[in-house]
Design a protein around this ligand. Structure first.
Ligand SMILES: O=C[C@H](O)COP(=O)(O)O
Length: 245
């Protein structure tokens, strides 16, 4: 049995005044021991949040593959750990698109983070054009194969399938489409890692809300969610956590 993981991705949102919302979410996570909960915050908030809610999983949203060096504006695994993070997202489509991150970059980031003992949520997903062309499964499984680290353990590694056209749009794939994609990803994970691949959590992301979370969580091989907009307010995010019951 895989435990559900509900992770919020605050993207470029969040100031010191939002610590109260983070504390409320962390408290709700304690009331919902059936699932794991994490918040991936902007780098500027990680240390403040980690101090405010000790024991609650705070993550970064990206990490540089190098341990240190001349990489202006970047954050290393050691820096995330030092600030109090226990995990990080890698390969979010907004970074793949805006920062030109390739599968090889994403793989290097994931390997560096895992080597530093951070947890990793590795994101993959197809564009609208790819979905319309009927190539979604082929494209996303190839993206997974090329982004996967060489070795992983399921307690510190998860995949987030996020169709790009569903992010922040209110559009969500059909249950059948989510199920088909997650089943294909499961097969690839098991091909890569054997039985450990069956223990890796595959999250769905893209316009998850309180109103659709339970239906999505009921889909085979959906082991939680990566939530953007609806993770910013405790009143929106807590019902999504509760939907894992
Ligand atoms: O990382 C989160 C995803 O990009 C989903 O964002 P969204 O829930 O606002 O659609």
């Amino acid at each position: 049995m895989r435990r559900m993981l509900v992770a919020g991705n605050w993207k470029m949102h969040g100031l010191a005044a939002d610590i109260a919302a983070i504390a409320e979410i962390a408290h709700a996570a304690g009331d919902n021991p059936q699932s794991d909960v994490a918040l991936c915050l902007p780098a500027t908030l990680i240390e403040r949040a980690a101090r405010a809610v000790p024991g609650f999983a705070i993550g970064g949203q990206d990490v540089h593959p190098a341990p240190k060096g001349a990489h202006t504006g970047c954050v290393s695994s050691a820096m995330l750990l030092d600030a109090g993070a226990s995990l990080t997202i890698v390969g979010h489509s907004e970074r793949r698109e805006a920062q030109g991150e390739t599968d090889a970059n994403v793989r290097a980031k994931a390997e560096a983070a895992l080597a530093a003992r951070l947890g990793v949520i590795l994101c993959i997903g197809e564009s609208d054009a790819v979905r319309e062309s009927g190539q979604a499964i082929t494209t996303v499984t190839a993206q997974l194969d090329a982004s996967l680290p060489g070795s992983v353990t399921a307690d510190r590694f998860a995949i987030a399938y996020e169709p790009i056209w569903a992010i922040g749009t209110g559009k969500v794939p059909s249950v059948a489409d989510i199920e088909e994609m997650h089943a294909a990803l499961r097969l690839r994970l098991m091909a890569a890692f054997g039985d450990e691949g069956d223990r890796i959590r595959i999250l769905y992301g893209g316009s998850v809300k309180a109103s659709n979370a339970a239906e999505i969580f009921a889909v085979a091989d959906v082991d939680g969610a990566l939530v953007g907009g609806a993770s910013l307010a405790a009143a929106d995010f807590i019902p999504i956590i509760q939907a894992t019951r």
